[in-house]
Ligand binder design. Structure first.
Ligand SMILES: Cc1ncc(COP(=O)(O)O)c(C=O)c1O
Length: 361
């Protein structure tokens, strides 16, 4: 008789649900469900991908030296404080594996990114959910949930799927007040979309209990390549490096990410285009009488009166070939998360949503 059982906590994990990319029977589909950059990656990153094909028989660098140096040069950070991973998902998972286990608590907010809970459970730790205030992180609520078992506190700033954020002053206050055994993780997956914002890297430089995670999947347009990184205190990075697989990033992934971060002119153009279109999109939705918060990201959280209206709108959008993201799993059943496309896409979308509302009357 076999008695094979996964570690405690594993079977409590709900499988991660990615943004859908297909609609049955439709060929011309508009995918706005995964917060991807509609313009794709920098052409320089695409060139680097082709060139890297010639070295596929070689193992990749284990140290990621060149990529870490490129990130440091562009963002004025120290390479020895950087760890690179298979998306920031891997950094989140390494953090949970390295700093939490049975009996430990991992805090994240009510509408926080799904991987915090998944990674905490996978590490055997206990996930602890904290209420937000008006769909925004509330540091008082976080501090109220902290205790001697708290090991990790995740906040995405700006947050997915709400698009909202708190100030660096609030982040600093949180870092100052958390228990001494707890590490604050600032997830900056959307940091590049925010004006005059360093994702919290200055706070990381000044504190020994804060780490920032970043990704190449959003503004860098490289979701398919799977590269992310973390910037944190040296003892934290050194612990994470011991758990990371030695060849976690492939030859193409390293080459492409390095080329992408070096092309900051491209990133600047993507940001300007996104932010102008996003603000126009939000204003247009509000003119239709719909509710949405200001967004600091490349997506908009559109709220309806109730879950059934959100469902009906989602169905109508699908019938027109548009895929957006239902966010019931994020405790927002009355909302839809919509990635900001290019201007033409957003104009088309406003038209379709207006048609839906007229049909509802
Ligand atoms: C807030 C947040 N953090 C982290 C990630 C993970 O991104 P990746 O693993 O592609 O770097 C995402 C992806 O959607 C996200 O929204």
């Amino acid at each position: 008789m076999v008695n094979i059982k996964p570690q405690p906590g594993i079977m409590k994990i709900d499988l991660y649900e990615g943004g859908a990319s297909e609609l049955k029977g439709q060929n011309d589909v508009l995918k706005l469900s995964s917060n991807e950059n509609p313009f794709g990656p920098s052409p320089k990153a695409v060139d680097a991908y082709s060139i890297s094909g010639k070295a596929l028989h070689r193992y990749p660098s284990t140290s990621h030296d060149e990529l870490r140096r490129a990130i440091s040069r562009i963002l004025d950070l120290q390479p020895e404080n950087i760890i690179c991973g298979v998306g920031s998902d891997e950094i989140i998972s390494l953090l949970c594996q390295t700093f939490s286990g049975q009996g430990d608590e991992v805090i994240y907010t009510e509408h926080g990114f799904a991987m915090y809970k998944i990674s905490a459970l996978a590490a055997g730790a206990t996930p602890v959910v904290v209420k937000e205030k008006n769909r925004t992180t509330d540091i008082k609520n976080i501090l109220n949930k902290c205790n001697e078992n708290t090991k990790l506190i995740f906040i995405a700033n700006p947050n997915n799927p709400t698009g909202t954020m708190i100030t660096l002053k609030q982040v600093e206050e949180l870092a100052m007040k958390i228990p001494k055994q707890a590490l604050l993780v600032l997830d900056g997956a959307y940091a590049e979309y925010v004006d005059n914002y360093d994702g919290g890297s200055q706070i990381v430089k000044n504190k020994s209990n804060v780490i920032m995670t970043r990704t190449f999947s959003k503004i860098y347009g490289l979701g398919g390549m799977r590269v992310g990184w973390g910037f944190g205190p040296k003892p934290v990075i050194e612990a994470l490096q011991r758990v990371r697989g030695p060849f976690n990033l492939s030859v193409p992934a390293l080459a492409v990410a390095e080329a992408a971060i070096t092309d900051q002119d491209y990133i600047k153009r993507c940001k300007e285009e996104n932010n102008a279109t996003r603000d126009w999109f939000i204003a247009s939705l509000r003119k239709l009488g719909l509710a949405c918060d200001n967004s600091f990201t490349n997506f908009v959280l559109l709220r309806f009166k109730n879950k059934s209206q959100a469902e009906l709108c989602d169905q109508y959008l699908q019938s027109k070939g548009v895929i957006v993201r239902r966010v019931d799993g994020y405790n927002l059943p009355e909302a839809l998360r919509i990635t900001v496309g290019d201007r033409n896409t957003c104009e088309r979308l406003v038209g379709v949503i207006e048609e839906f509302l007229v049909r509802q009357e």
